[in-house]
Design a protein around this ligand. Structure first.
Ligand SMILES: Nc1nc2c(ncn2[C@@H]2O[C@H](COP(=O)(O)OP(=O)(O)O)[C@@H](O)[C@H]2O)c(=O)[nH]1
Ligand SMILES: [Mg+2]
Length: 373
């Protein structure tokens, strides 16, 4: 699963990427003319999970494995209002289409020495202009596709009517500057839309990158409210989560040895880095959940989409387990904890379940698959 970090230049994308990954990429803005020469920069990030921490303490395994997602850093999008080279956006759009969700970094920190491409700090305007760029990108795509269909028809090749109707519907919405995530589509239309990977249907997470001195300030609360209001007014209930953090501080924390990082957090009066929250929110936005396997060798979180059946979940571990699936011995993490972290107690209380192939695995299930090949 892959998330692309994007937004306008100097919003703090690379800073956030460094904070997430512990890498140390250079955090200066690239001129758009240089951007074309830069490759997307990936980084794998562990999803912090207190449940894995405590399972690992209990089982003392040789190895502990957390769930991961991948983040991509790349020079951000630009807008014609900023006089940028719009052709660069196509490259960003292709990367967005290749990802599973978008982390949109929005600048909320004031710093006169760092240029804002639109001349001033105004998070709501940035959110709106970003959305407009996505809509424009989709519109161009739809227009191209429609043109192509017409061209094919002229050459006597019959084209699918449902597809044509769908594209016309999308075009109409986009021309009214509506994101496609705010338009209702029936199941057939949704199926047809899937391969188009429309930009304005991507799950999005907003990161408000604030000044250290603004933590808990009314100004930031207002920014957040205004952003949420914008999505409420333009949309139909799909409000991207807004994560508030100070990228600069987070990057410093990520580059400290863990004991020093803890002391630093204590000084700041916060119990965990905001990056942990961003990771969890990312995981949720992707519709992902974790199930666990435990033992002396390894305690491990496995990533699946919510509503995945047990047999399919088993395939994450090994295709043999999927093929020879007999049953999934399942205990909810919370039941394990409330039974004093004892599997024997869990069984005595009747909280251990034997689940079949089509059981929908839940977040936090501790599973022992029985199989025969
Ligand atoms: N004051 C302040 N500066 C920041 C913050 N986050 C990033 N910056 C600075 O903004 C500039 C651009 O950051 P960068 O991460 O390269 O932005 P990008 O162009 O979006 O990748 C750098 O000089 C950063 O040090 C922040 O939270 N507060
Ligand atoms: Mg950057």
């Amino acid at each position: 699963m892959k998330l692309i970090i994007t937004g306008f230049s100097n919003s703090g994308k690379t800073t956030v990427f460094n904070a997430l990954t512990g890498q140390a990429l250079e955090t200066t803005s690239y001129a758009t003319s240089l951007a074309a020469a830069i490759d997307p920069h990936p980084g794998i990030v562990k999803i912090p999970d207190a449940r894995i921490d405590s399972l690992s303490l209990k089982y003392e395994p040789k190895k502990t494995t957390f769930a991961t997602v991948e983040y991509i850093d790349f020079p951000g999008i630009t807008t014609s209002a900023a006089g940028g080279d719009i052709s660069h956006n196509v490259k960003v759009f292709n990367l967005i289409k290749d990802s599973d969700a978008v982390v949109h970094v929005v600048r909320a920190f004031e710093d006169e020495s760092i240029m804002h491409p639109l001349g001033s700090v105004n998070p709501v305007r940035d959110v709106t202009s970003f959305e407009s760029e996505l809509i424009l990108g989709d519109l161009e795509f739809v227009e191209k596709r429609i043109k192509n269909i017409k061209h094919q028809e002229k050459r006597g090749k019959k084209q699918e009517e449902t597809d044509k109707k769908l594209l016309a519907k999308c075009q109409a919405a986009l021309e009214e500057e509506k994101s496609l995530r705010n338009i209702e589509f029936n199941d057939d239309e949704k199926r047809l839309m899937l391969p188009y990977q429309f930009l304005s249907t991507m799950p999005e997470i907003i990161v408000l990158n604030i000044d250290e001195s603004d933590l808990n300030s009314d100004k930031i609360k207002k920014y957040q409210d205004d952003i949420e209001t914008y999505f409420k007014e333009t949309g139909q209930g799909v409000i991207p989560p807004v994560v508030i953090l100070c990228g600069k501080i987070e990057m410093e924390i990520a580059q400290l040895p863990s004991d020093e990082a803890e002391a630093f957090l204590e000084d700041l009066g916060i119990d965990e880095p905001a990056m942990n929250k961003l990771c969890r929110v990312s995981y949720e936005a992707l519709g992902l959940i974790s199930f666990f396997t435990v033992g002396q060798d390894e305690v491990r979180a496995w990533t699946i989409r919510s509503a995945t059946h047990a047999q399919q979940a088993a395939s994450k571990i090994h295709s043999d387990i999927e093929r020879g699936f007999i049953r999934a011995e399942t205990v909810a993490y919370d039941d394990f904890i409330s039974s004093g972290e004892s599997m024997t107690a869990v069984k005595e209380k009747g909280l251990a379940r034997l689940e079949g192939k089509t059981y929908e695995v839940r977040d936090g299930d501790i599973i022992n698959f029985k199989f025969n090949v």
